[in-house]
Design a protein around this ligand. Structure first.
Ligand code: NAD
Ligand code: DAU
Length: 332
């Protein structure tokens, strides 16, 4: 039985990770989460209290981080400011959490010689043209576009430098766009689903031809566990599931699944610097670690995700008005 320190475990992907670990293993988990607007204690409700400890605090607090790292076997680092649109409005928290917070964790795992896994994103590679036959691989040069992706790229480079210069035992993973339960409703899919549940029309940025490579959050987390178990120290693994779709098609599918005409959406102001396309080549994970995604049908996973938002209105309702007011102020 191992003791995992999970940063950002009250957010979307981190909370789903904690659910998976506690149901599929005997491991013990300590969650360190600052409960920003994106964190919610309720995401961890109903989990076994004898194997889960929750610590409310920030990865920017070096002393707290050091105390918690000293008691852990493995640190799994999800905590981040994660939304591109927010990083365009106010980049400062992205620097504090994604860069300085990651630095604090690295210094602690170096001191205590603790195994570290860093969660990152395909956005560090910039974007691809719509007709480019290539996909991102582990050797694609870094070329981030937004303050969010630049701080994630910087955090990856810190991890790589700490591996090379100080010999910390770390792995990295860069994943494509996740969907599934408990995702904050500021993000694309839950925003459109809750718009429809709320009697609003879905909102499509720009021409809507931008492509994202969708993966179910449980597939992402299964891959992370696999890398923690069998990944080579110092190495990066790309995580994806061949889920490329343009945004317009995703909105049309949501409308159809929720019983509305496929064209009942609005075009709104585009995102500044909007990345055109992401696409992941995950063959390294398949060939070296034998990993495969389980969710093969995006439509089925999306339908289940819609059901989750329908059944959990109490979870998202209190913040819906404020989120939409903020988007409306930006013409989105
Ligand atoms: P999220 O915004 O839903 O959750 C982030 C969590 O981190 C929240 O619980 C928040 O309270 C916590 N947090 C923020 N600042 C903190 C701080 N200073 N100290 C401690 N906790 C803090 O994000 P998410 O979508 O679950 O993303 C998790 C990780 O996965 C991030 O590192 C992100 O870059 C990466 N990622 C996300 C996706 C995606 O599609 N969502 C894809 C690839 C990688
Ligand atoms: O690729 C991985 C990344 O995926 C993660 O690193 C980020 O943390 C995560 O937020 C996500 O980033 P995106 O910017 O791709 O996700 P978002 O949900 O914000 O938007 C997805 C696409 O949908 C993007 O092309 C912008 C568009 N969009 C978004 C919103 C909120 C719309 O068309 N309408 C909207 O209302």
């Amino acid at each position: 039985m191992a003791h995992l320190l999970v940063t950002g475990g009250a957010g979307f992907i981190g909370s789903n990770f904690v659910h998976s670990v506690l149901s599929d293993t005997d491991d013990r988990v300590t969650v360190l989460d600052a409960l920003t607007y994106a964190g919610d204690r309720r995401t961890l409700a109903g989990l076994p209290a004898d194997r889960l400890e929750f610590v409310h605090g920030s990865i920017a607090d070096g002393d707290l981080v050091d105390e918690l790292v000293s008691g852990a076997d493995v640190v799994v680092h999800f905590a981040a400011e994660s939304h591109n649109d927010n990083s365009l409005r106010d980049p400062r928290p992205f620097v504090d959490t994604n860069l300085v917070g990651t630095f604090n964790l690295l210094e602690s795992v170096r001191r205590h010689e603790t195994r570290f896994h860093h969660i990152s994103t395909d956005e560090v590679y910039g974007d691809l043209e719509l007709d480019d036959p290539e996909r991102f691989t582990e050797t694609t040069p870094y070329n981030p576009s937004s303050p969010y992706s630049a701080t994630k790229a910087g955090s990856d480079l810190l991890v790589r430098a700490w591996v090379r210069s100080f010999g910390i035992r770390a792995t990295l993973s860069n994943c494509s766009n996740n969907y599934g339960p408990r995702q904050h409703i500021e993000k694309f899919i839950p925003r459109q689903v809750t718009n429809l549940l709320d009697g609003r029309r879905p909102k499509l940025y720009g021409d809507g031809l931008n492509v994202r490579d969708w993966i179910h959050v449980d597939d992402h987390n299964a891959a992370v566990l696999r890398i923690i178990q069998d990944g080579q120290i110092g190495e990066t693994y790309l995580i994806g599931a061949d889920g490329e779709l343009d945004n317009r098609s995703v909105i049309e599918l949501i409308l159809e699944l929720m019983g509305h005409p496929r064209d009942a959406f609005d075009h709104v102001t585009d995102r500044a610097g909007h990345d055109r396309r992401y696409a992941i080549d995950w063959s390294r994970l398949r060939d070296e670690l034998g990993w495969q995604p389980r969710y093969r049908s995006f439509e089925e996973g999306l339908a289940r995700t819609i059901d989750w938002y329908r059944a959990n209105e109490a979870w998202w309702r209190p913040v819906k008005e404020a989120i939409e007011a903020r988007y409306a102020a930006a013409g989105q």
